[in-house]
Design a protein. Structure first.
Length: 338
């Protein structure tokens, strides 16, 4: 095995050990999943729309895929710990985006809080963001540089290329990243282990390439990562369906260019006026939060009696931007005995 391959597998082992630390609590995600839509509780649709908004912000500012994936991870980890009111979601989403950008992007490229507020139209103030950032940071113990499915996607991709003799068959990493972003916009995939989700995307793509050599490499990767055939089959079916849904004509898809927001002078003036007229959010209480004597499966409550908190959630049409993805056919279960 080459020195490059040894280093890649060393990194893989390191992240396999750490992935559980940065995965949202399954109990908290399940509570969101089974929540019906109403004005006072966070349901899966609102979470998904907010992640789509994070994708739109990432495109608008020309940030890396890692920024979006990390922002979604921070958001899900926080939502799985706290009982969040929908009216707080806009402020929380912008905070998660800002925290992820600080980890990934160059400091000189990160926009000011004022600019992010204006572009996202989250209807909160800089002081609101600071208070929300403090809450999120403390609840997540300031652990933002997380191991995500994108981490494994890059590692698996590099391992395959390192062991592939036929360089004509090259996996398209940009396409794989776009597919992962589509999966991140579905709450259900936050319950999948990042290593499993990444392997699902790669196996589906290798299927389209019909590469026996890459297939055998992924079998070894699957075995090394201790991913069972049953887990891989279960999540691969869900991923395949998700990608087929997002490849349908009904789904809006942007091009690969950085988004540019062009508005008229009148609209810009209205946006500016509305921004400066937004009242400051009242202090978000942490009363009723998780008690040490309560069950560990409980979620903390971030609810408030105040009705003047952040804006109402965006509509279904906002931020639903996806790349053009071809539907994937079902693949036979990987046989670890091969």
């Amino acid at each position: 095995m080459s020195s490059e391959a040894l280093w890649l597998f060393k990194q893989l082992n390191l992240h396999l050990e750490q992935e559980g630390r940065f995965q949202p609590r399954e109990k908290g995600l399940s509570l969101i999943e089974c929540t019906a839509e109403n004005e006072n509780t966070l349901c899966p649709r609102l979470r998904n729309v907010k992640v789509e908004d994070l994708w739109s912000l990432t495109n608008f500012f020309g940030f890396a895929t890692e920024t979006f994936v990390l922002a979604a991870n921070i958001l899900d980890r926080f939502l799985a710990l706290m009982k969040v009111k929908p009216k707080h979601l806009s402020c929380i989403g912008v905070c998660c985006f800002q925290l992820a950008a600080r980890v990934v992007e160059e400091e000189c490229n990160i926009p000011s809080a004022h600019e992010i507020i204006r572009i996202s139209q989250c209807k909160c103030t800089v002081s609101d963001l600071k208070r929300m950032e403090k809450i999120i940071s403390e609840k997540l113990h300031f652990e933002f540089q997380a191991t995500t499915a994108l981490t494994f996607l890059h590692l698996y991709h590099a391992i395959v290329l390192c062991h592939t003799s036929d360089r004509k068959e090259v996996l398209n990493l940009d396409k794989l990243e776009a597919q992962l972003k589509a999966c991140n916009c579905r709450l259900v995939f936050s319950k999948a282990k990042p290593s499993v989700l990444a392997l699902c995307l790669l196996t589906l793509e290798v299927q389209t390439l019909k590469s026996v050599e890459m297939f055998e490499i992924l079998l070894r990767v699957q075995k090394h990562s201790k991913i069972s055939d049953s887990d891989l089959l279960y999540w691969r079916e869900l991923v395949s369906k998700c990608l087929a849904d997002y490849s349908s004509p009904e789904c809006c898809k942007p091009d690969h260019k950085k988004l540019v927001w062009i508005v008229s002078r009148r609209t810009a003036q209205n946006l500016q006026n509305s921004y400066y007229s937004v009242p400051e959010l009242p202090t978000i209480p942490e009363g009723g939060c998780f008690n040490e004597s309560e069950s560990e499966d409980s979620c903390e409550d971030m609810s408030s009696g105040e009705e003047s908190l952040s804006s109402s959630p965006p509509s279904d049409l906002e931020g639903t931007f996806f790349f053009d993805l071809k539907p994937k056919a079902k693949w036979q279960t990987l046989n670890s005995e091969s």
